[in-house]
Write a protein of this length. Structure first.
Length: 344
């Protein structure tokens, strides 16, 4: 059981959002869209999740809690663990809270998050490769977004950062024929030059990007060789249309000014709640059907297993155990089998 005093507050800095966005862009062609929704919503969720993971690692380092990231999720293999603590795989489940009133309430009364359910998507939980002593850690990110066109323009006018992106259609991102996108070209109708970035994969399915300065109303050929394209990212909000064309894929894709999504997360605070092993979660959980209203979501979009947040174990105790294992390892007294032992 955890109480409000067991919650761990982590500071939020813009570099966490930057790291999350970098991961989200590169994972765009690979990740499985469990939650549904528009691509910018999906990318914001990914960016927020990675931001929490980065903050969690930063906290572990500051508290001298040894961890490993060699098994962390690569872009091409979603739903693997994020870090390893004392030889135990640790999967961080974070929830992005964006409603202003709810954020204000949580910041004033953090204990409110204890009324939330700790959620794990059922398909994730039942997938192969889990060990009974794997660790689930749960966290909340309190932060605003500027998802609508009105909110985006207000954020830009206020000098706030933004990251604009358009996720390209399947014909670009996952073409049926894995061949070079020959004679690839971009054209801008903006009144002044604009720099854009395109990202996709090369012939070996490695992630590649190209940054191009587009002068007004001039067709610019792309020198780099792409076999797929996942997104276009302009450095600022375009004031006119931008088009991209590859003869093999048919007609050009024309992007209008309203078709850019802002995936920047304006983070405020992170709350680390608690943890359970995979086996303990299984014993305590009940099934939450699709469409359920929860503290985190107006409506869940996938079937989940749920455990009351208050029924988790405090992270402070877990960190103490990991520190003790580290000291035993340094002294030569560490029993590797104990490190992999029963966490309860």
């Amino acid at each position: 059981m955890i109480t409000a005093s067991d919650l761990i507050h982590l500071p939020y800095t813009p570099d966490l959002t930057e790291g999350g966005i970098a991961y989200a862009c590169r994972s765009l062609a690979y990740t499985y869209d469990r939650m549904g929704g528009a691509p910018p919503d999906r990318l914001r969720r990914i960016a927020a999740g990675v931001a929490v993971e980065l903050a969690f690692r930063r906290h572990l380092a500051a508290q001298e809690v040894a961890f490993d990231v060699l098994g962390a999720t690569p872009f091409t293999a979603p739903d693997r663990y994020d870090v390893s603590l004392g030889g135990h795989r640790c999967d961080i489940k974070s929830f992005l809270i964006t409603h202003r009133d709810q954020i204000r309430q949580i910041r004033a009364h953090p204990e409110l998050v204890l009324d939330a359910p700790a959620l794990v998507p059922l398909d994730q939980f039942t997938s192969e490769g889990h060990h009974s002593q794997d660790i689930y850690t749960f966290a909340f990110l309190l932060g605003l977004t500027a998802a609508s066109q009105g909110d985006l323009r207000r954020a830009i006018d206020a000098g706030k950062p933004a990251f604009l992106i358009h996720a390209l259609a399947e014909t670009w991102a996952r073409p049926k024929l894995w061949l070079p996108l020959e004679d690839l070209a971009l054209k801008s109708e903006c009144a002044s030059p604009i720099r854009v970035e395109i990202g996709g994969m090369d012939g070996g399915r490695a992630f590649v990007t190209s940054r191009i300065e587009l002068p007004p109303k001039t067709r610019i050929a792309i020198g780099e060789t792409f076999h797929s394209l996942a997104y276009i990212h302009p450095e600022r909000l375009p004031d006119a249309r931008i088009g991209i064309h590859c003869p093999r894929l048919g007609e050009a894709t024309i992007l209008h000014t309203h078709e850019w999504g802002n995936i920047w997360v304006y983070g405020m605070d992170i709350l680390l709640a608690g943890w359970l092993t995979h086996e303990a979660f299984r014993r305590k959980a009940h099934v939450l059907p699709v469409g359920s209203r929860t503290f985190q979501y107006a409506r869940t979009r996938t079937k989940n297993l749920a455990v009351p947040m208050a029924n988790l174990q405090p992270l402070g105790g877990l960190f103490e155990r990991v520190r003790a294992w580290g000291k035993e390892r340094e002294s030569g007294e560490y029993d590797h089998r104990a490190g992999q032992g029963n966490l309860g």
